[in-house]
Design a binder for this molecule. Structure first.
Ligand code: SAM
Length: 246
């Protein structure tokens, strides 16, 4: 089923295509919630929000969730996976708030548990489909956005599923504050070229671009994510770009 949350009215006409790509079931309709689902709804309910709770904080993440002022940096990771980067980032940058979007329950719980086990209090996660990101954030609500190893959808007939396209880039531009960045990594050279073509014709400035991150000048500052370690152990080079919103 398709769930757009309660704030579908915030959608603009031009984002209708993104909206139709969003597919997410309602947690409350699950006949047999597994342990991860129960943890999201119970033990971690102050840290993790389901698809019905998360959109209620649209435009209010700083004031209502993190209890910080409007100038406080609020970053987002899309697709946290098992959360090694998510936990690292939250703990390494306690002066910034960090949100995660993750579609699946298991990695969602792994991510938030890892982050708060290491002591972070500046972090929350939500179960949502990134395609419907405009239901979660108001214009200019976000600072930096991390997109590491999104599903590459390599076959031509699957390209329409790729998260980074013209519309999504335009949407991020409207949600991010000036001076913020998108930090993008992928093992798929094909997806990287596709994405860079679209970033080049967008309003973003390209700050960094490499098809071999680990041999580049940006290697020293790089945190190796779980998926990244899987690919590099097979000798696959990592593509990386840093895009700045003017
Ligand atoms: C290949 S993994 C990468 C995980 C992590 N970023 C890393 O580098 O190790 C992609 C993750 O994105 C999540 N994901 C895929 N499509 C998504 C979507 N539309 N919205 C939110 N999360 C999504 C998947 O569930 C998965 O955990």
């Amino acid at each position: 089923m398709v769930c757009f949350g309660k704030s579908a009215s915030h959608m603009s006409e031009k984002n209708t295509a993104l909206k139709t790509k969003a597919r997410i079931s309602l947690t409350r309709n699950l006949p047999n919630p597994n342990m991860d689902v129960r943890m999201m709804e119970e033990e971690f309910s102050n840290w993790a929000f389901n698809e019905e709770r998360a959109p209620q904080f649209r435009g209010k993440w700083r004031s209502n969730v993190f209890k910080v002022d409007e100038a406080h940096p609020l970053d987002l990771e899309i697709g946290t996976g098992n959360g090694y980067f998510f936990a690292h980032r939250a703990n390494a940058r306690p002066e910034r708030a960090l949100l995660g979007i993750e579609l699946k329950y298991k990695p969602l719980i792994q991510s938030i548990r890892r982050a708060i086990k290491d002591g972070a209090t500046n972090v929350r996660i939500m179960r949502y489909d990134a395609w419907a990101i405009e239901e979660l954030f108001a214009q200019g609500e976000l600072n930096d956005v991390f997109i590491h190893f999104p599903d590459p959808w390599e076959k031509k007939k699957q390209w329409k599923h790729r998260l980074i396209d013209d519309e999504f880039i335009g949407l991020l531009h409207s949600l991010q504050r000036p001076g913020s960045v998108i930090d993008f990594k992928t093992d798929s050279l094909d997806y990287f070229e596709w994405a860079m073509e679209r970033f080049r014709r967008s309003q973003y400035e390209i700050v960094a671009e490499t098809r071999d991150l680990h041999a580049s000048e940006w290697a020293a500052k790089n945190f190796v994510t779980h998926f990244e370690s899987l690919w590099t152990s097979k000798g696959i080079k990592i593509n990386y770009a840093l895009l700045r919103r003017p």
